[in-house]
Design a binder for this molecule. Sequence first.
Ligand code: PLP
Length: 274
Amino acid sequence: MILLNERFLERDEVTIDIEDRGYQFGDGVYEVIRIYNGACFAMDAHIERLRRSAEQIEMILPYTLTELEENLLKLVEKNNIKTGIIYVQVTRGAAPRAHHFPEGSSSVLVAYVQSLDRPLTKIRNGVKVTLTEDIRWKRCDIKSLNLLGSVLAKQKAKNKGFEEAILHRDEVITEGSSTNVFIIKDQAIYTHPANNLILNGITRNKVLKIAREKKFQVVEEPFTIKELLNADEIFITSTTIEITPVIEIDQTVIAGGQPGPVTCILQKEFDKLL
Ligand code: PLP
């Protein structure tokens, strides 16, 4: 079943207007929430980020956050999903085509669930990634439907047979095309600060909390391509790939081609939260 605003419908009963602004302009925001054992992981943080994303684009959500949370939980139950994800998006709704905000349109919320196993092989063995220029706009903190910059970067990685594209603005590493990036050097953990150039990942924040609890030094400051390539360990994080070690960047082997010890400690602690 699909959630369309407040209604639960079969997929073939759902219709989206051809003038929906999400469809024509990418004028909307979204979230991806993990389901483990039939329960939603970090639901409050995702709802709060959706609220913030909507606020940043001056879009009013169709109903309250409490109602949204209740409806998403019902959606998971109705579909009887054990391990998977919820995708929820809200657009500025349908209106005659014009770039500026329409008057009197109502936002449209669509959510669906999908079974998706944890990518345990990648989490255990690590992945290879490529480096590519960050060509996205300067509001990457908004989880907006405009994903072309990420789509093109991810395709570059895929063409090379790699899992992810790590993005850089000039010499500075920002994040991955759909992940946050962390490096470890001399036991200290570095990641880009949560500003307008990255999405402040929910998994990122869980990792930072764990790292501080485990008394690692945490540095939320920009680091360079050179520092990335010279790191002792690298890992990427997201709702779907959790904490995934990076073992190679283009031709450079990281941590001897294996998940590093600090990464493994963080993974073990993260697993306890699930
Ligand atoms: N950065 C970008 C650009 C993303 O698209 C995502 C997730 O889709 C992330 C980071 C990771 O965010 P989260 O941990 O909330 O899934």
